[in-house]
Design a protein around this ligand. Sequence first.
Ligand SMILES: [Zn+2]
Length: 139
Amino acid sequence: MELALIIIFVLSALAYVAWPLLSKTVAAKGSGAEDELRIQRDIVFAAIKDLEMDREMGRVSEEDFEQLNAGYRQQAIDVLKKIDRAGNGMHRKRLEDELAALRTKRRKGEVIFCSACGSSVGPQDRFCSACGKKLSQPQ
Ligand SMILES: [Zn+2]
């Protein structure tokens, strides 16, 4: 009987500790993930600045500085990599959407491509907006 109570107590304690972590993970997968990473980056950068100031003021030994600085910089690199990855995912998605829209337009004959540079131009365009070449009007 007592054991059951202990198990329940431990489980609820675990749930109490784990819940914010779990919900944070879920939130990080949402659209705010990049914002959260940017905040993390700012915090790490601020910590590096503080550390450099502490060294200048002689509040931290050279040895401590090297060790802390290396740790912060590694954190900064990790966060920047994550931001990069999150950004790439978003850019790729947008690129795919644009490509899909372009393919649809081309199929409908709403868009043609510049013979000089390959940029997409509208059917009414007389000059390429990318390279300025005069376009021969189709038909
Ligand atoms: Zn062109």
